[in-house]
Design a protein around this ligand. Structure first.
Ligand code: FE2
Ligand code: FE2
Length: 429
């Protein structure tokens, strides 16, 4: 009785360790190897194996083997009759010597007998075979007692759950990968469609070729300079690409007029923000309110813009970004009745119109980005690519931006106090 008790305590100890093993974050292979080791130790077995069942291949594939020799097959095939019988049997250990009626044991009889394998335990979890345990004879040569079989059954349950969890994880990962791939594909299709639209809009306006694409790029730069997240930056670019989509319905002769258009034509042209909103509104745009950007990109912070004459805080932020990008592109490209303006003049215009047409912090973010490129802090050449090298490197621009930024963002007053705890003066903002 005492010996029986100590064996039982030992076995329960192994079971507790096994429980911990299957719930910790070790690698799956490691968990299975340790599990086999624990079972062997608890029952005094020299040989055994744990296999995982592939229901697609109808195969038991070895995950861990102990003492069975290198020539033990790593994959064992099961037929549907075997599967049916094992499912009915559940987790109960099967005495291999008494189960020779099943095709599985007939096929592998010689292999099992040579290695003195005694017990086979199908690992059944939620009415599914997930694997199997193979256990050799005990070191003492005695047969397995019924309580030892119960222990094997309990341990088998733990291992079965570990395998089942792993299968579930693998399935989840596979689905997550599939979703990610699908999402990436949709995202690139969306972006390609947006760019195709931008090109279509620009096609209509022969004098401002590439305008929508450049406004998209400038909007992207501003969002990046404002330290927006990756998705939101992409959203800002899309808002820029599509801001003039409403021009698709405006007559070509008005858009292409090589003269200043009259009031009637101007009224027609000024409908394009609202038309753009109506075109874009039914489409779901993931990262920015693209329809509102189109509707409000001609609003001004002083309330003198159109179509609604909104005031600063009433204008969606994305529309303020697109507004600056749009105006900047208009000033820096040749128009039918107006040549592009020199960079210095454009910078002065941005400063003069800060707080009137533009939100000042968007102007400073934009000019700050330009300055970083000019003084070599940002090597992306974003502005040079869009404006041309000569334009960007015209004399005195760096100083002009520095001067403008200094005027627009005055130095914050600072007070220096002696900080006793750190032993030196610290600025307090
Ligand atoms: Fe516009
Ligand atoms: Fe525009």
């Amino acid at each position: 009785m005492a010996e029986h008790d100590s064996k039982l305590i030992h076995a329960f100890g192994a079971l507790a360790e096994l429980g911990q093993e299957v719930t910790n974050k070790n690698s799956f292979q490691e968990t299975i190897r340790t599990s086999l080791h624990l079972i062997s130790g608890a029952l005094g077995i020299m040989r055994g194996a744990v296999a995982r069942y592939s229901k697609f291949a109808h195969e038991l594939n070895m995950l861990a083997i102990r003492g069975l020799g290198d020539d033990f097959p790593l994959s064992l095939v099961m037929c549907s009759e075997d599967e049916r019988q094992f499912l009915t049997n559940g987790l109960n250990p099967i005495e291999i010597s008494q189960a020779k009626v099943l095709p599985f044991f007939q096929v592998y009889d010689a292999s099992f007998e040579r290695r003195s394998l005694e017990l086979f335990v199908p690992l059944v979890v939620r009415d599914e075979i997930v694997g199997a345990l193979f256990l050799g004879e005990k070191a003492t040569g005695e047969p397995y007692s019924s309580y030892e079989k119960e222990i094997v059954c309990a341990m088998g349950q733990h291992i079965g759950v570990a395998i089942s969890q792993r299968n579930l994880m693998a399935e989840l990962e596979r689905r997550a990968d599939e979703n990610r791939a699908m999402f990436d594909e949709m995202r690139s299709t969306y972006n390609a469609t947006v760019k195709a639209f931008a090109a279509a809009i620009d096609c209509k306006d022969k004098y401002t070729e590439g305008h929508s694409v450049r406004v998209g790029r400038f909007s992207e730069i501003i969002a990046a300079e404002l330290a927006w997240g990756k998705d939101e930056i992409e959203g800002a670019a899309v808002a820029g690409y599509l801001h003039d989509v409403g021009k698709l319905t405006v007559e070509r002769k008005i858009i292409n007029a090589p003269y200043r258009i009259n009031a009637k034509e101007s009224a027609e042209l000024n409908k394009h923000p609202m038309v753009g909103y109506e075109i874009l509104q039914p489409i779901h745009h993931p990262y920015a309110d693209v329809p509102l950007a189109a509707k409000c990109h001609h609003e001004r912070v002083d309330g003198r813009g159109y179509p609604d004459g909104l005031l600063d805080r009433e204008i969606p932020y994305i529309a303020k970004i697109v507004n600056l990008a749009d105006s900047f592109d208009a000033m820096t490209t040749d128009r039918p009745y107006k040549a592009r303006r020199p960079a210095k003049e454009v910078i002065e215009d941005l400063q003069r119109n800060s707080g009137k047409q533009f939100a000042p912090e968007i102007v400073t973010a934009f000019l700050g980005g330009m300055l970083r490129e000019l003084n070599g802090e940002d090597r992306g050449k974003r502005f040079r690519r869009l404006l041309g090298r000569d334009y960007m490197e015209a004399e005195g621009i760096t100083e002009k931006i520095k001067f403008t930024l200094n005027e627009m963002v005055p130095t914050t007053p600072m007070t220096y106090v002696a900080a006793a705890s750190v032993g030196e003066a610290s600025p307090i903002h």
